[in-house]
Unconditional design. Structure first.
Length: 286
């Protein structure tokens, strides 16, 4: 309450974690690999998805939205075409990677353009590494990037407001974010094929979903605690390579596991595991 008797409402701040595999129209490798002509074309559709969500968030009362680029080089969105009311975090080597900014006092998170996890059906499904990881488990539950990031958001009391991607992505999100709005922009046919809605249609769905999702915005109780992550690779040498990391133990021929005192520390350790594994891949033999 201000001295003049007028109640000041705290500005609502939202984080968008923007991945690309689950964006409108994306169906295969060249759509998301920086430098290809297809990637250049799909950047426009990706940016359009973000703008559609921004339109809904701002219409429903958001006052500050940070868009964190979360795909590959993390330099994919077209800043010059972005809604001018938003801010964009672009570039790699961020401490919290896909969720950088979740610890800055935001009132909700949007997982835009997400995808199913490694080992599951879905368009371009994977978890962090494109094809070397065959499964990830968080506290003994199979975990996609969405589940991992939702657990990190929960640690800061940040609700997941909306998840977009293919239909399998939305099915996955029903488990880890049951109250979130879900927007399927395409229907998976195979890893490299989908029935896609045109951007004019997906824009309507994303904007409507974002408007509806803002009803749940607002920080809740923080949820700190220990977590365990296990990672299974497609080759034994990747498990051996990552097991040299302190706290990481090789628990199977192709599997490693580790525990951390918080989800923040667990995700930082997971980031190191994936970086070491990626660096241990040798050409076409993996």
């Amino acid at each position: 309450m201000r001295g003049d008797g007028i109640t000041r409402v705290r500005a609502m701040r939202i984080l968008i974690s923007a991945d690309m595999e689950g964006a409108t129209g994306v169906t295969w490798t060249d759509d998301v690999v920086p430098g290809t002509s297809q990637w250049q074309r799909l950047r426009t559709l990706f940016t359009g998805d973000v703008n559609a969500v921004l339109a809904g968030l701002f219409a429903a009362g958001a006052e500050d939205v940070l868009v964190n680029e979360a795909h590959s080089s993390q330099r994919n969105l077209l800043l010059e075409d972005l809604d001018p009311r938003a801010r964009m975090l672009t570039g790699r080597h961020k401490p919290l990677s896909m969720m950088q900014g979740v610890d800055s006092g935001v009132d909700g998170a949007v997982f835009l353009g997400y995808h199913a996890g490694a080992g599951f059906d879905g368009v371009l499904s994977h978890t962090y590494l494109e094809n070397q990881i065959t499964g990830v488990w968080l506290d003994d539950v199979p975990a996609s990037e969405g589940r991992l990031n939702a657990a990190l958001a929960a640690e800061y009391g940040v609700p997941v407001l909306l998840v977009s991607g293919d239909d399998h992505t939305c099915e996955d999100a029903r488990e880890y974010a049951p109250e979130a709005e879900l927007v399927a922009v395409k229907e998976c046919v195979s890893r490299y094929a989908a029935i896609c809605l045109p951007p004019a249609r997906t824009a309507e769905l994303l904007t409507a979903g974002a408007r509806q999702a803002m009803a749940r915005a607002g920080r809740g109780e923080r949820n700190p605690g220990r977590h365990r992550i296990e990672v299974e690779f497609d080759a034994s040498h990747l498990a051996q390579a990552t097991a040299v990391i302190p706290t990481v133990e090789q628990i199977g021929v192709r599997r490693v596991g580790f525990e951390a005192p918080s989800m923040t520390e667990a995700m930082k350790a997971f980031k190191v595991v994936t970086a070491i594994a990626g660096g241990a891949v040798q050409g076409i033999y993996g």
